[in-house]
Each structure stands twice: as C-alpha cells, then as structure tokens.
Design a protein around this ligand. Sequence first.
Ligand code: PLP
Length: 375
Amino acid sequence: MIYLDNAATTKPDGECVKAAEKYLYTQYFNPSALYKGGYGLQQEINSAGKNIVSLIANTENFDCIFTSCGTESDNQAIFCGGKRGNVVVSEGEHSAVLSAVNELKQRGIEIRYAKINADGGADKQSLPELVDEKTSLVSVMHVNNETGAVNDILSIAKAVKAKNKYCLFHSDGVQAFGKIPFKLSGDVDLYTISAHKINGVKGCGALIKRKNLAIKPYIYGGGQGQGLRSGTENVFGIKNFEFSAVKKYTQITENYKIISELNSLLWEKLDKSLFIKISGENSSPYILSVSAKGLRGETILHECDDNGLLIGTGSACSSNDKKRFSRTILACGYEESVADGVLRLSLCSENTREEVLAAAEILNKVVANRKAMMA
Ligand code: PLP
C-alpha cells in the first residue's frame, strides 16, 4: 500500500505512542484528583502545553487549551471570539470554521467572506477592507488543506489589527503546525493545531492563545483547561501530542527538504496531458493538488485504491457534506469540470522516492485508461 493521504491523517509514530503508554496503564489517575498521582499529572499536562507552545511561540505571551481535535479548537475560537457585530473569514476555510460561522449567522452575526486567489490563498489586499469597528473576529487559515496555499497570517493579522485593534485574530494551523517553519506574533490571538496530522494519535488538539484573552468558556463543567474547556483531560493523548510535536520540530527543516523533493518528483512524473496543477508555486510541499480535468476525482480515487494507492479528493473531513464540487476549488475560480477531477496527494517524510514513482505510474495509468474509455 502507498499512502499519500497524509493531510487527512498520519500514521501514529510508534516511538511516541510507546513513550506515552504509561499514561494509559500506570499513570491513569484523574489529573484533578488531590493525591500526589493526580497532582503530578496536572503538572505533566501543564508542561506538555508549555512545551508545545514553545515550539512556535514565546511562552511568556502564549499558552494553550487542550481539546479533542482541530475541529473543536476551531469551534472554540469561532464561538468564543465571534460574539457581536461581524466576523470575517476567508472563502477557503475548512468546514470546521465555515460551518461554525454559519451557525453564528443563524444567531444574528454578520459573516463577511474574503476572496481567495487561484492557488487557494486568501487575498491579502482585499481582506482587511472587510474589517471595521464592528468586527469581533477574523479567521484565516495558515495552510489551505485542499491546495496547500500558505497564507502570510502574520502580515494579514497585522493589517487586520491596524483596522481594528480590538477584534480577535484566529488562524487554523492544522496543516501548518509541525510542517512549516514559523513563529507566532502578538497580532495572532488564537491558533488551532491537531495531533493526528503530525503522527500523533487521534483525539487530541489544542487551541494556542495569547495569554489573558478575555474569552468565555466553550465547555462548562469542572473548570479544567483554565476554566475554558471543562472535561477530564486526555492525558495519554496530550503527552503523545507533546512527544510527536517535539519530534516533528527537531526534524522540521530536514523534513521540509525531503517533502519538497518528493513533491517536485511527483509532479514531474505526472503526465501533463492528463493533469493540471492546482497547488501554486508557494504552496506547502506537503500537499500537491492536481485535477484530472473532465473526470470524476472520486472514481479515480477508487481505482487508485484498487491498485494499492491511497489518495484524497479534497478534504476528507468534509466528505460528509456530500457536495460534488469542492467550494474551495470553485472559489479559486476553476470551472466545475476541473473541480470535479481534483485529487489531493499529500506527503509525509516516511514516503520514499520509490513510492512516489510508483504512485505517479498508477495515477497516469488509471487516468489514461479512464480517458480512453470516455473517448
Ligand atoms: N482544519 C484543517 C485545515 C484541517 O485540514 C482539518 C482536518 O483535515 C481540520 C481543521 C480538522 O481537524 P481534526 O480532524 O483534528 O478535527
């Protein structure tokens, strides 16, 4: 099997699972318990948060709340930040953000959608124009999960704050964290990350936040998560997330180089008479989005599956929408025949040149056969 669907999820790193195992079997106490074992775990959770935040931000200014996944972190940011007036989001956001703002709309908050460019990146020029004194929240993702477009969120956040210093700025960093070298600045208030996208296990995410933000809880209960996200903590998931994140950051530059080479090789070997490239030149190398124009991506996906190659069409997380065309690809300006044929090939550092060469061969063969059948 060749696995090129790493933007959907990644294989858990065995070493990091092993290192966290003791929090399942021996250190299984409730971190809120008053005996030493419980208190000790609370300390472990605190240090895990600090360690994770320190990978991309100054821990004097930022801390984090652990959640169950990236979707929950996005929801927390949207519902805690989008309290009044209007909320600005880019058209390319993940459904975790777009569905949440849709709910805000039902509650009477105006939603303003910022245009995206052909590569899926937010239009830096026009986005700040949507911000006014009534904007309570702006949310712009860091790396687009369908095209890999990298948004310059630091300069976007700066431009947003220049228009309204009181509105909150959130970024969904699920496809960036552990992959794109980057540091948060003080103009970013909230930043979403998720463990299973960086070889951690499923069931753990975090919302990194500027310290002392005046936000209300998202889940009410026993007061865990600084009182902002109650619920007994998933200590195993949190420690596993910490180990996976630290490991990723020790290899981030090396991995970026490996992945960039694999991405170039993959595109080089794909037959250009069969595929067009959707990902732009400055996209994250972890995602190569292409379209087999005129064909249905889903059909190609299943045929590749039959040939031992696992790939995605758009966002696996929005597959329940049952929408035929990706709204992101349409918002990029592509016609429906291109949007229909989109395939997302997403890499990890464990992928090899041999796998990439074999994947390109399978894709070329499957698409050429389909085209021939349709001729
Ligand atoms: N945001 C982005 C950009 C994503 O790619 C995903 C998942 O694909 C999510 C949010 C949701 O993360 P999770 O699967 O941890 O809920």
